[in-house]
Write a protein that binds this ligand. Sequence first.
Ligand code: 5GP
Length: 211
Amino acid sequence: MPTSNDGIMVILSSPSGAGKTTLVNLLSEKKKNFEISISHTTRQPRPNEIPEKDYYFVSSSEFKRLIKNQEFLEYAKVFDNYYGTTRTPVIDKLNKGKNVLFDIDWQGADQIKNKNLDFKLITFFILPPSKQILFERLSNRDMKDKLIVEERMKQFERDVLHWINYNYVLINDDLQSCFNKISNLIDAEINNGSKDYDPEYIRSHVENLTS
Ligand code: 5GP
């Protein structure tokens, strides 16, 4: 059983372009005692990314070595690259009472959930307000590469189906209000408080997104 001195784990997943990374960064800045788990990846760094802050950028052979040594709490292939969370830094933080935020995909969330670790786990799935807005966000981000946008829109159709496996599904129509909702739900979970959450509204939003 988790004790009240242990940290908690908070996972945010979403289809690409729903704004999850910004939300994870906001949570780590604004909420006391939350730290982001830094993943390993075989993908190339983007121009604005800082090694060992955004990711540990490693070669495929290094990633394979980490798999072989069973160092990953979870790992997955996403868009042709490997991504994974190493176990030791996460467990050390949790044991010291720090809360850990994970920006990982649904495969990683499933793996962590199935491990049934002795720490409280809260999972969030972030959705865009509409397919049109997602398309616009992805186009602004990857303006030069129409193919990437098309591929990510197709991937969206597959990723969105995993919403059902999360504790909470939220719509990121406004960054600040989405952040407030996540923050309030985390506080309510920690303090056994009342939760402002409407699963029926989410179900109908997902129906709209997938119709
Ligand atoms: P990006 O390449 O855009 O940074 O990330 C692509 C996807 O990989 C995102 O959905 C992100 O959440 C996910 N991701 C990042 N790190 C990890 C990780 O350690 N494990 C898993 N399973 N997914 C990750």
